[in-house]
Write a protein of this length. Structure first.
Length: 134
């Protein structure tokens, strides 16, 4: 059954575009991962500063395999770790290891400075819905 991983990434008010640019630079990087079904980056339309990264996976094992993969590690380099972080959240933007959007910290190894102040991973499964008129 499809699982949905939502990474809620909170950034400073003036940093959302930087976060979006970092995701755009890595567009398609996860497409070939076994079990990956789709990705969306959702930008707030009001004064909120929390962006949502939505990924769909065939199952939790597929998601966990991606998080443990060398491809994930190389695409999420930085030494920073945001406050209140959870290990293994699996998306650029603020997880353990200071992903491309990561939390407060340095830029050791030439990685860009983190953008996110915090990130939180949510996990869901579809419980209903509609496919639209298509």
């Amino acid at each position: 059954m499809t699982v949905i991983k939502i990474n809620a990434i909170t950034v400073p008010a003036d940093s959302g575009d930087t976060l979006a640019q970092r995701f755009a630079a890595r567009a398609g990087a996860v497409d070939g991962q076994d079990g990956f079904e789709g990705f969306e980056l959702l930008k707030p339309t009001d004064d909120r500063t929390t962006w949502l990264v939505i990924t769909r996976w065939r199952d939790d094992e597929s998601f966990n395999a991606w998080v443990s993969s060398p491809a994930f590690g190389s695409g999420h380099q930085s030494d920073a770790k945001p406050a209140g972080d959870q290990a293994g959240t699996g998306h650029p933007g603020g997880e353990t290891g200071g992903r491309p959007g990561g939390g407060p910290g340095g830029t050791e190894g030439g990685a860009p400075p983190p953008v996110a102040m915090s990130a939180e991973l949510w996990s869901y499964v579809p419980a209903g819905g509609s496919t639209g008129g298509a």
